[in-house]
Design a protein around this ligand. Structure first.
Ligand SMILES: Cc1cc2nc3c(=O)[nH]c(=O)nc-3n(C[C@H](O)[C@H](O)[C@H](O)COP(=O)(O)O)c2cc1C
Length: 208
C-alpha cells in the first residue's frame, strides 16, 4: 500500500526520534536511479508532486536558511523548455546536425515530470554557503527517496544545460544560484540493475 500522500506534522508537533521501518531500510538498501532514457509515464499527479516536494524540502538546513527552490516542468512546459535547450545548443554548435538539435529539444520529454532543484544560497548569511550548498544536495536525495517511496522511478541529472548561463537566465536564476540537479520522475520501462558500489574498507577509517 502506498504511504499516505500528505501527513505534514504541525509546527511543534512531537515527532519520533527514530522511525524503525523494515520497508524504509529495504528502500535504502535497494534504491537505484532509473536512466531518464528508460522512463515513461505515468508520472506523479499534482498531489503526489506536492508530497514529494514537501518531503524533499524537509532536508537538514543549518539555521533554516531554505537555500533552495524548485521549478516543476510537466505537460507542455517540458516542450517549451526544450525550445530553450535547442536554441541554446544550436547557438553554441552552429555545425550541429538537425537531428542533434531535435534531441536537445526533446530532453525533458524523456520523463513526465522534471523538477529543477536550484541551489539558492543567502550569501550574506552566517551559515556558510558551502553548508547551504550541501542542503540543496540533500534536498535532491530526499526527493529521490520520496519518489521511490511513492512508486516512481527517478534520476538526478545535470547534463550540459545545468551549467549554461543562458539556460539559467531563461529560468530567471540569479548569479548566486546554481542548478543542484534536474530530477526526472516517471515510470520505468525496465527495472535497473545493481551497479558497482564503494568498497567500504577503502573509505572508512577508525580514528585512533
Ligand atoms: C550532482 C549529480 C549530477 C548527476 N548528473 C548526471 C547526469 O548528468 N547524467 C547521468 O547519467 N547521471 C548523472 N548523475 C548520476 C545518477 O543520478 C546516478 O546517481 C548514478 O547513475 C548512480 O546510480 P544510483 O543513484 O542508482 O546509485 C548525477 C548524480 C549527481 C549526484
Amino acid at each position: 500500500m502506498l504511504p499516505k500522500l500528505m501527513n505534514v506534522p504541525e509546527f511543534g508537533a512531537p515527532l519520533p526520534a527514530a522511525h524503525p521501518s523494515q520497508e524504509a531500510v529495504e528502500l535504502l538498501w535497494r534504491r537505484r536511479s532509473t536512466p531518464a532514457d528508460c522512463m515513461s509515464g505515468p508520472g506523479p499527479d499534482a498531489e503526489t508532486i506536492q508530497a514529494i516536494l514537501t518531503i524533499a524540502a524537509r532536508a537538514p538546513d543549518h539555521r533554516r536558511v531554505v537555500p533552495f527552490r524548485f521549478i516543476v516542468f510537466e505537460k507542455d512546459a517540458r516542450a517549451r523548455f526544450g525550445d530553450v535547450l535547442a536554441a541554446t545548443f544550436a547557438k553554441d554548435n552552429s555545425d550541429a546536425e538537425a537531428s542533434r538539435v531535435e534531441f536537445e529539444r526533446s530532453r525533458f520529454l524523456r520523463a513526465p515530470v522534471v523538477v529543477a532543484v536550484i541551489s539558492s544560497p543567502n550569501t550574506g548569511h552566517k551559515t556558510p554557503v558551502w553548508e547551504q550548498t550541501l542542503t540543496a544536495g540533500a534536498v535532491c536525495q530526499n526527493m529521490l527517496i520520496a519518489a521511490s517511496a511513492y512508486g516512481f522511478a527517478a534520476q538526478w541529472i545535470t547534463e550540459w544545460y545545468a551549467f549554461h548561463d543562458d539556460v539559467n537566465t531563461a529560468l530567471s536564476m540569479t548569479a548566486d544560484e546554481k542548478i543542484a540537479g534536474y530530477i526526472y520522475l516517471g515510470g520505468a520501462n525496465e527495472d535497473p540493475k545493481e551497479r558497482a558500489r564503494p568498497v567500504l574498507g577503502d573509505i572508512v577509517q577508525r580514528y585512533s
